[in-house]
Design a protein around this ligand. Structure first.
Ligand code: CP
Length: 303
């Protein structure tokens, strides 16, 4: 593939190739010499129109471990504040020799538009409420590393599905890889058309928790919400929060995931987030290996 815009771009063998390549990349992190020369002379642009801690820094670390040059472009402090369009910004960066553009944007579909304007590879690092395919890949990698296989794995994705690009990309990728996903959410926080997604839907977290291998809690995205359809934080935590009592009812082997950033005390209790079954910090570390694999597979074979 030339670009990674959606988890739907990945068929089973390509997705498995990314995960296997990420496993190889993870061995680099454990070595004394952490750098591979693979992308020497290539330029990766991180084009971020929305805030990010994990995704932007892990793409930067990943590109540097492959010896690429990295340009970090943040819309804040750039000529975007003078009204420069996405297209003109992209063409400007391309003129500086970008081989790949990693883009995060508040508009769903922005990476798809960008892919029509630039010659290099485009990687979607999160577009609006649409998709975040490298997050889904690092989540699948983490599940496979902890639990052995994705085939038949029972995964509950819980919370604010309506605003979650992580949920959509995970549902698509996990279905491709043979997992069985159940979305658990209040009816007001489910998107229109969710009945066409390749997953089950439940409104009752307590009914689902006893029979899962993975529970993935989603951040409640207050910044994208109109207060009129949001219940009180206390009510949300009571109905849909993963507190200590609920976590105790998970099967012994089940893991707890969260893409971050977390609202501790809202969708997840601090004690659960910091417990041994939580993989939240592991997910961040795995993100570097997965993003190395994505950049390597998109750019490694091209000159
Ligand atoms: N999970 C995730 O995308 O985090 P950031 O917004 O910090 O990149």
């Amino acid at each position: 593939i030339t670009h990674l815009l959606s988890a739907a771009d990945l068929d089973r063998s390509t997705a498995t190739l990314v995960l296997d390549t990420a496993t190889e990349m993870a061995t680099v992190a454990g070595r004394e010499v952490k750098k591979l020369p693979t992308l020497r002379g290539r330029t990766v642009v991180n084009l971020f129109y929305e805030d990010s801690t994990r995704t932007r820094t892990s793409f930067e670390v990943a590109a540097k471990r492959l010896s690429a040059d990295v340009i970090n472009f943040s819309a804040k402090g750039s000529s975007v504040s003078k009204g420069e369009s996405l297209k003109d910004t992209a063409l400007t960066l391309q003129a500086m020799g970008a081989d790949a553009v990693v883009i995060r944007h508040s508009a769903s579909g922005a990476p798809h538009r960008l892919a029509r304007w630039v010659d290099g590879s485009v990687v979607n690092a999160g577009d609006g409420t649409h998709e975040h395919p490298t997050q889904a890949l690092l989540d699948a990698y983490t599940m496979r590393a902890r639990l052995g296989t994705l085939e038949g794995l029972r995964v509950a994705i819980v919370g604010d599905v309506l605003h979650s690009r992580v949920a959509r990309s995970n549902v698509l990728l996990l279905a491709t890889l043979g997992a069985k996903v159940t979305l658990v959410s209040p009816p007001t926080l489910l998107p229109v058309g969710v009945d066409t997604w390749p997953c089950a839907v439940s409104y009752d977290l307590d009914a689902v928790l006893g029979a899962v291998d993975v529970v993935m809690m989603l951040r409640v995205q207050r910044e994208r919400m109109n207060d009129s359809y949001f219940p009180s934080a206390r009510e949300y935590a009571r109905r849909y929060g993963l507190d200590v009592a609920r976590a105790a009812r998970l099967p012994e082997h089940a893991i707890v995931m969260h893409p971050g950033p977390m609202n501790r005390g809202m969708e997840i209790a601090p004690e659960v987030a910091d417990s041994a079954r939580a993989t939240i910090v592991e997910q961040v570390a795995n993100g570097v290996s997965v993003r190395m694999a994505v950049l390597y597979l998109l750019l490694g074979g091209k000159s």
